[in-house]
Structures are given as structure tokens and as C-alpha cells.
Design a protein around this ligand. Structure first.
Ligand SMILES: [Zn+2]
Length: 156
């Protein structure tokens, strides 16, 4: 007897999203160890990680060195083109206005983020993403938020 799970595909997507977010979290943990605001990002295309980044604003003395910006650059280099079609960005914290704007130019297919950024998140400023970009939030939200919280707790 065959059993059909009609929502099987959706469940698999959720599982994959968590798996990839785990990878982004590992990068965020590296940032944490380097005393950077702990945010990590990866870009996945057809089951393959084609770009990675974590926040490096302190090390590079560069306010634009957000995790997403580096992942975009790496992924575009890999793709050999500026558009990131059929790609998904996984980032542990909601993108800021700058990174949402950069994602617009890439026309990336999906953005999956973990924790919301109540102060600097792009969603506070209307819809800045490309109309073709699907946004998913709240994947491993607690883990992503915990890392940020413990970072700033140590700073006080
Ligand atoms: Zn940003």
C-alpha cells in the first residue's frame, strides 16, 4: 500500500530551510568569536552553497561588510552574473535596508531569515525587496535571536 503525504513537499522544504539556516548560524557563531555582531549568511542554488559570509564590519572597518553583502558578492562571482535567479539567501537576522536594497538588484528568488530586527530590519520601511523575491521569516528564530542577545549582553 502506498501512503501519500500531500504536504510532504512542504515539510521537506521546511526541513531544508532549517538545515541551511543551521549553516548560516555556524557562520554567525564564527562572527561572535571574532567579536563581530553575530550574523551569518549563505546563498544556496540547486542544493549547493555558492556564497557565504558573516558580519565583518569591525575587522574591515567597513559599515557595508554585512554578512549578506559578502554572500551576494561570492554568489555572483560563482554564478558569473549579477542576477541570483533560483537562489535562496539564508540569513540569521532580518536584512537591513542596505542589504534588502542590494538583494533587489540581484533579483534573488527567495530570502529566508531567522530573527526579526525590530530596530533596523528592512520590513519597517515598506517592501524594499524585488517583487520576484519570496520572503520567509522565523526559521530557527530563537537560536538566531539568542546569539544576538548574548552578544549584546556581553557588551554591557
Ligand atoms: Zn545589512
Amino acid at each position: 500500500m502506498r501512503v501519500f503525504h500531500f504536504d510532504g513537499a512542504a515539510e521537506e522544504d521546511v526541513h531544508l530551510d532549517e538545515l541551511y539556516m543551521q549553516e548560516a548560524l555556524r557562520l554567525a557563531e564564527t562572527a561572535f568569536k571574532e567579536d563581530e555582531v553575530p550574523i551569518g549568511a549563505i546563498i544556496v542554488s540547486q542544493g549547493k552553497i555558492i556564497g557565504k559570509g558573516y558580519n565583518l564590519t569591525e575587522r574591515l572597518h567597513d559599515v557595508t561588510a554585512h554578512a549578506e553583502m559578502q554572500a551576494f558578492t561570492a554568489a555572483s562571482n560563482f554564478m558569473g552574473g549579477k542576477y541570483l535567479k533560483d537562489c535562496t539567501l539564508y540569513v540569521t537576522v532580518e536584512p537591513c535596508v542596505m542589504c534588502a536594497g542590494a538583494s533587489y538588484w540581484t533579483q534573488i528568488s527567495r530570502i529566508v531569515y531567522g530573527a526579526k530586527d525590530e530596530k533596523r530590519g528592512a520590513s519597517k520601511h515598506g517592501h524594499l525587496y524585488h517583487p520576484k523575491t519570496e520572503i520567509v521569516s522565523g526559521v530557527l528564530e530563537e537560536k538566531c535571536a539568542d546569539l544576538i542577545r548574548s552578544f549584546f549582553r556581553n557588551k554591557r
